[in-house]
Design a protein around this ligand. Structure first.
Ligand code: NAD
Ligand code: TYD
Length: 352
């Protein structure tokens, strides 16, 4: 079959990656090669609905494996890379920073090298390397102000330091080798298929199970939440229309303190689970704070709206309700990812 373009999407079996893969697959002329090592966070069950699409291919490859990455460029001759593969959890980065250096820094540079090697002979004509990054590279805000594309980098966690380093490498490859790159820095995402180590899915899981809801410190830390399907639309928009060498900040204009957010989630779930109002909130438990905990993140997303015409379309009320419904309707997904059974699922479904 002839396709108009081929994209390597890295990290496509993860949370945002699976929504991004699904988004690009909507175009039957686009062939998507999902490149994922299937770490604890990668789960092919996230993509069962599209696994047999004629324009979808899965490759289990670790992005730090230079020979395997070169083979992908050789075999698929991609027009673009949409790079999401990463170690993504701040708490894990505090426990094991080197895993973050390995995938986020070395893995990104391995991909950049392969892209330059494969594409430079044609002068990079029609090619694009897109790095998906986080607002956490900018550090922490106080009560006022927003991150913009010109905010200086000031990462505070090993996770954000590794993402900052990879952003810098991506920019450097644009300046030094002329690689046509584009970047985006997005705020906290929420939605279906989110690994239950992150705040919202962990709280949903614990509310269902009537387990304690651990709030770090005083719970007055603020995050700007964006529905993951809106992020996937933004990624497609930036890939298609972003200017080479440019960065776009993506956010939901939707700030919540952790404590207020967990109270809201408890109220939504009490109603859905038929519990008395206030029952789940009794599970809230204040625990030791995260070291180096960033006080507040908030994105000014006016550049992407002004220049590319993207803005969030799903309200927090609707997005949260859809997210809770998805988790309540898919208890086996939660059971599988928390038990590690999805690795066996992969062996059964995909290995010869
Ligand atoms: P995730 O942890 O859910 O998924 C990461 C994916 O990368 C997994 O499928 C995993 O198997 C894969 N992976 C990890 N190491 C790999 C390696 N060495 N080789 C190949 N694949 C590997 O992450 P996510 O939350 O979906 O985040 C995706 C990207 O978006 C990351 O780059 C992250 O920094 C960025 N981001 C995330 C958020 C958020 O709120 N989750 C916000 C802004 C930016
Ligand atoms: P998280 O989902 O880990 O995302 P990030 O640290 O990348 O923003 O955490 C979101 C916020 O919730 C952050 O301020 C830490 C806090 N948090 C808790 O209070 N309790 C928890 O159990 C978790 C996982 C996070």
């Amino acid at each position: 079959m002839n396709f108009r373009e081929t994209l390597l999407i890295t990290g496509g079996a993860g949370f945002i990656g699976s929504h991004t893969v699904r988004r690009f697959l909507r175009n039957p002329q686009t062939r998507v090669v999902n490149v994922d090592a299937l770490t604890y966070a990668g789960n092919l069950e996230n993509l069962v609905d599209v696994a047999h699409a004629p324009n979808y291919v899965f490759e289990r490859v670790d992005i730090t494996d230079a020979a395997a990455v070169a083979r992908l460029f050789d075999q698929y001759r991609p027009d673009g890379v949409v790079h999401l593969a990463a170690e993504s959890h701040v708490d894990r980065s505090i426990a094991d920073p080197m895993a973050f250096v390995r995938t986020n820094v070395i893995g990104t540079v391995t991909l950049l090298n392969a892209a330059v090697a494969a594409w430079k002979a044609d002068g990079f004509a029609g090619k694009r390397f897109y790095h998906i990054s986080t607002d956490e590279v900018f550090g922490a805000l106080c009560a006022e102000g927003f991150f913009t594309e010109t905010t200086s980098y000031s990462p505070n966690s090993p996770y954000s330091a590794s993402k900052a380093a990879s952003d810098h490498f991506v920019r450097a490859y644009h300046e030094t080798y002329g690689l046509p790159v584009v970047l985006s820095n997005c705020s906290n995402n929420y939605g279906s298929h989110h690994f239950p180590e992150k705040l919202i899915p962990l709280m949903i899981h614990n509310i269902v199970e009537k387990k304690p809801l651990p709030i770090y410190g005083d719970g007055q830390y603020t995050r700007d939440w964006l529905f993951v399907e809106d992020h996937a639309t933004a990624i497609e928009t930036v890939y298609r229309s972003g200017a080479p060498g440019e960065t776009y900040c993506i956010g939901g204009w939707n700030e919540w303190t952790n404590l207020d957010l967990v109270h809201l989630l408890c109220a939504v779930m009490d109603e859905k689970l038929g519990r008395a109002a206030g029952e789940s909130a009794q599970l809230i438990t204040f625990v030791k704070d995260r070291p180096g905990h960033d006080k507040r993140y908030a994105i000014d997303a006016s550049k992407i709206e002004r220049e590319l015409g993207w803005k969030p379309s799903v309200t927090f009320e609707e997005g949260l309700a859809r997210t809770v419904d998805w988790y309540l309707n898919n208890p086996e997904w939660l059971a599988n990812v928390t038990s590690g059974a999805y690795q066996q699922y992969y062996e059964k479904q995909y290995l010869p």
